[in-house]
Design a binder for this molecule. Sequence first.
Ligand SMILES: [Zn+2]
Ligand SMILES: [Zn+2]
Length: 197
Amino acid sequence: MTTITTPAVDADRYALSAGNSGIWIVCLECSGDDQIVGVLSDHRVRHTDIQTLMAEHDADRHRPAEPRCIVCAAEPVWNGPPITAPISAPTPIEGLCISCAFWVTTVKNRLALGRLLDRTATGAPVARIDGRLYTMEPAPLRGTVAMRGHGGNTFTIRYFTGKAVTGSNLWDCGEIPARWRPLLPDNAIFGREPEPQ
Ligand SMILES: [Zn+2]
Ligand SMILES: [Zn+2]
């Protein structure tokens, strides 16, 4: 058997052996069918072919575990990219997944001083109704093409403070996860059901 220089990929876990059908690349850390990384015809073995197969196997089976969110420990850490429309993604927060970054940002906005109604960073009213978060964004400017939340249906939000907001661009930001509820308690009810289209 010819000596083959093992590629630099993650070669420690691989073994090469020559058989009638060619060069077999075997993963020593996988079992069953998974351990056969590839078989190369011995007439055309190229270093780069072996490296490519090993790299593919590494990516499929031995991907290093993504760091997990330090808050929920369930989702991978998220770091961008910024998204602006129609609902903006939160600014990445080191060590947090996109969901926890969103809820931390929501909590921070809520606890900002000098706000009679809960509002987003851009000033849109925020409502928490039955454990869900909603924002009432301003109506799109006339003549602009923009998506409205809830198909543009009109909603009235009645805050526990007695104030009310009516608008036709209500966005549902989803259920508030249990761990964030104490910091994001309900603050309103709907004044009426959405109007039929
Ligand atoms: Zn393997
Ligand atoms: Zn998280």
